[in-house]
Design a protein around this ligand. Structure first.
Ligand code: NAP
Length: 297
């Protein structure tokens, strides 16, 4: 495999260690812990695993964690009241509503109720707007994690400026903010989606190719320019037999074939995945510092 493997775990560990030091400094200067409140509605096992991991990660870096769990039939008004209460609670620096919420609730409207200063997922319309305008705000975690992975192999500053970046996927959660972060870093950015004509041809122009589609191994070798950096955000669950791996998890990129032509590539699992919680912790510390009137580093 000629491509360099970009492993997320050690990079996420560095971010977490840096956050843990920041938490100690925050505690020393304010006498308070930064705190993250997670809100989980319903009993979806996958969401419960994610929330549990976020809670543990807070404890590991010395942050306070507030674990709010509500039954699946919770009415909108009760949830809105809880978010309002967390917005007003000084011990809570960041508020995260675990998505998706049950069908009778309107996830985007509820997310939009989170105070912009506490929106550590960076998904409120206000933070999305600040990103679009290139103004300071809280940035979505997974796209920020990708920027960190690129920087870890030296793709930053001059190396990202003017580069052809192609993002496949235009979700509000990932694709759009990813494209905007790349634009902020002065890449030349193209966003692809299900209506893109000649997806392989557009992808093959990319110096930096980022896949967030949710279709197993859709990006094959012919989508990739030799020497491109390939970041695979997709997480798809197949049977171990279909996947040919123990976990059955595969990305959107045909890893084995693409690793033969790319210069660097992220694996699935173990590439982008570990970065999301690390960036959530960084955002929570940043939110706490800003609320305390401490300037960003
Ligand atoms: P999403 O909301 O379903 O968006 C998927 C995007 O892919 C859409 O923009 C869709 O286009 C596009 N698409 C679908 N089929 C396509 C095709 N055949 N050719 C080109 N584009 C196509 O998904 P998401 O939330 O962005 O997530 C995408 C993947 O990333 C999922 O596997 C998810 O699990 C993973 N993910 C991982 C992390 C993490 O590791 N922490 C975080 C976020 C997401 P249209 O807009 O035209 O429908």
């Amino acid at each position: 495999m000629p491509a360099k493997l970009i492993e997320g775990k050690p990079i996420a560990a560095q971010v977490r260690a840096e956050v843990a030091r920041g938490v100690q400094a925050f505690l020393a200067s304010t006498g308070r812990q930064p705190g993250l409140a997670t809100v989980l509605v319903g009993d979806d096992p996958g969401s419960a695993v994610y929330v549990g991991a976020k809670q543990r990660a807070c404890a590991e870096v010395g942050m306070a964690a507030f674990d709010k769990r509500l039954p699946a039939n919770t009415p909108f008004t009760q949830l809105a009241e809880l978010l309002e209460e967390l917005n007003g609670d000084d011990a809570v620096s960041g508020v995260l509503l675990q998505l998706p919420v049950p069908d009778h609730l309107d996830g985007p409207t509820l997310t939009g109720m989170i105070d912009v200063a506490k929106d550590v997922d960076g998904l409120t319309p206000a933070n999305a707007g600040l990103l679009a305008l290139g103004r300071p705000g809280l940035r979505p975690c997974t796209p920020s994690g990708v920027i960190e992975l690129l920087a870890s192999i030296g793709i930053e500053g001059d190396r990202i400026e003017g580069a052809e970046a192609v993002v496949v996927g235009r979700s509000n959660l990932f694709g759009k903010p990813m494209a905007q972060l790349l634009l902020e870093a002065n890449a030349t950015v193209t966003i692809c989606h299900s209506r893109t004509r000649d997806l392989p041809g557009v992808c093959a122009r990319a110096d930096i190719l980022i896949a967030a589609v949710g279709r197993p191994r859709i990006l094959t070798r012919e989508f990739v320019k030799p020497g491109a950096v390939v970041i695979d955000v997709g997480v798809n669950r197949l049977t171990p037999e279909e996947a040919g791996t123990k976990s059955g998890l595969v990305g959107d990129v045909d890893f084995a074939a693409v690793a033969e032509v790319a210069s660097a590539i992220t694996p699935v699992p173990g590439g982008v995945g570990p970065m999301t919680i690390a960036m959530l912790l960084r955002n929570t510390l940043m939110a706490a510092r800003r609320q305390a009137g401490i300037e960003d580093d």
